[in-house]
Design a protein. Structure first.
Length: 118
């Protein structure tokens, strides 16, 4: 069983930055950040394999950076140049199978809210 606990959400003005952290009890093959805005489907924001290979949604490329701190068992998401469209509930998740299929993520955190005002 894997436990994931997110922190770091909050409110920020457009152009600002936030850093999300996810404390995990054990690392999995793929870990990532997803988000869901009101009325929209949940989408992948950034994922990272144990190899360190990372992938990003086109909408966040160049602005967000995903990283793992193995000494602290933490998955981080550095978010810069935030836009109003980034407003959503952000979830940390893990998969034992692949980063490419959201349905393969069997472990989820409770989520942390990010609100960006324009």
């Amino acid at each position: 069983q894997v436990q994931l606990v997110e922190s770091g959400g909050g409110s920020v003005q457009a152009g600002g930055s936030l850093r999300l952290s996810c404390r995990y009890t054990s690392s999995r093959y793929c870990m990532g950040w997803f988000r869901q805005a009101p009325g929209k489907e949940r989408e992948a924001v950034a994922t990272i394999y144990t190899t360190g290979d990372a992938n990003y949604a086109d909408s966040v490329k160049g602005r967000f950076t995903i990283s793992k701190d193995r000494t602290k068992n933490t998955l981080n998401l550095q978010m810069n140049s935030l836009q109003a469209e980034d407003t959503a509930m952000y979830y940390c998740a893990a998969s034992d199978v692949t980063c490419d299929d959201q349905s393969s993520f069997g472990y989820w955190g409770q989520g942390t809210q990010v609100t960006v005002s324009s």
